[in-house]
Design a protein around this ligand. Sequence first.
Ligand code: BGC
Length: 734
Amino acid sequence: MKLTSEQKKFVEDIMSKMTLEEKVGQLNQESPSIVGGFDVPFEELIEMLTDGRISQEEFGKIMATAEREYHEDDIRAGMVGAMMGNDPVKANELQKIAVEESRLGIPLLIGFDVIHGLRSVYPIAIAEAGTFDDELFERTAQMAAKESRAHGINWNYAPMLDVARDSRWGRVSEGPGEDTFLGSRFARAKIKGLQNNNENVTDYVAACTKHYVAYSACEAGRDYNTTTMSTSQLYNVYLPTFKAAMEEGACSAMASFNDLNGVPCTVNSYTLRDILKGEFGLEGFVVSDANGIRECVTHGIAEDNVDAGIQAMNAGLDMDMGTRIYHDHMVQAVKDGKVSMETLDDAVRRILSVKVWLGLFENPYVDEATIAAYKNAIPAEHVALCEEAAEKSIVLLKNEGNILPIKKDTKFTLVGELADRADEVVGAWALGWEREDCVSVKAGLEKAGAKFEYYPVCGPESELNQDELKEAIESDNDIVIAVVGEYNSMSGEASSKADITIPGKQREMLSKLKAAGKTVIAVLMNGRPLALGWEAENIPAIIEGWHLGITMGDALTKVIFGEVNPSGKLASTFSSVNGQEPLYYNHPNTGRPGSKSKFTSKYLDAPVEPCFPFGYGLSYTNFEYSDLKLEETAEEIKASFTLKNTGDVAGTEVAQLYMQDVTASLVRPVKELRNYARVALAAGESKQLTLSLRKCDMGFYNNQGKYVLEDGLFRIYVGGNSRDCMMEEVRIKF
Ligand code: BGC
């Protein structure tokens, strides 16, 4: 986000006309409140549903009948800076009040969670990250931005950039996986896609990077939990994705709920002022997460709401999402000298700058033609892009005896309740989808003319239906495709799990089918890496299908029949059993790496190795890596190698380059991803490839938060996943 000098002057001009109240108004983000019998904020209503105070049915009734209060009077009085919502007609109405009826005519930011698509829902982020396709990351973000703007949304609470190493944490689904380097490339591409399409004012939005920071490091994988870490870990693992986003000019950031080393990120001036705004140069603003300011009282860091508001404001938290604490108390806090006018002005300037950058003063409305165009259907090119992303995100985990792909005229049995759930393909953070757009696995197979019998048998929460199981077993079909995994609601916010194996009776279903002599192909639908030790050992073919979005059924059908050769890789390590979590490939070396010998770092009752490593994914062909050679130039190490498709079908491989800093002043990870490329190869084709490792990427942050490049021995690895690599050594003097 860069403002011209005229735009900066425009901001200053407005500020010079603003009253204290109007300035505070800009810091206030509202959501529509549900009125009637339930005059509580929407977030609270969701909480009531989640904690069981109201049932799903009651919730549905309230939502169907409840009127929403959009705080029109506050908007008119200039006391609202941003709203939440995705209804373009309502957005226009509210913008009209802000622009035409408030004294200074300042338009609203309208924010919404468009994490992996609005109506055109594409794969959840952890799945999309596994395509290792930066250009795709950018194109899907562009599509999301365009659809957002068509729905009145000009500010996306995305991308979610939390590097997540613990699969118990439900929010692993929303982010780019466990690797900081991949996450940083993902961050750059997403910011470009969301923000940089500014030839056309209707096609771009302000991004809101979240959750800043280290939210994913929550102890025991439990959402919102405390985080503790060294400066070096913070800088090496959790900050770089945000740094990358800021370098691309991200407009805003959302402070996370967690405390970091004892200080909630909402009131953390070290992370907000010193690092984000200081070191990383955020020019836009920071918003709290929903109710985050009030929660500082519960954390025990503020005595009351007023105190929490003052602490947050002074720490550099510019906008209050959802509590009205700034709205209610900031005028007095400034009058009392608890918050300086300078601090207030800085926050207001940042928020107004984003509005100016977005062109909202000139173009606050969604035009009628655009609203009409999106009313009935989504553009065909959006569906096509969702499908491309879905196809590329599918990961083939196991394919014993090349069971897959199956021939189109093969008769098979389909089981698993999830196979027929069009509403369960979209993933945890999809809010704008329409059921009619969604293709279940069963529907995808039907569309393709597959010959199968279907028995639901069981789902993530149901009992085994013995009659259906019996029919599946007694059927003449040898092959059984079993769609198993998690509901959308089993990952995402507030969805941490202590048991990350395939839930319910689904494993029992797999086991019974196998025991009956069936050839079982497991198709997984899930939002988190699952602990798959049993399946990896017992099921001959496994496809990781994640929650792939609206075209899930079509994409999986093409993979099952071999029309698409899978090319996705895992953006996160998969454990064998629960107790291995958190498990990630780029861990530091211990003095006693796990081995057969007793006194080494391992478990007595579980493997120390992952079930499937980071970067892993098979294809219907085989790739052979050879001839790794390193060449050093002034700026980089060039790793050249030969990659050959040794099979008889075309395929795409994600070649990966890792490094290890063998000796350093701090213990470094055993491997760190530093480059990758998607390479398409015809059957039998081989290519000479070079992946570069920039010397400036060979350092690390020390415990003073300083980036250091230390001379010495490095190992360079190249391969198709983080485990199976060729290796060469190089000694570097920087
Ligand atoms: C989540 C955020 C989200 C916000 C607004 C919060 O509960 O943590 O990720 O952007 O709600 O919906």
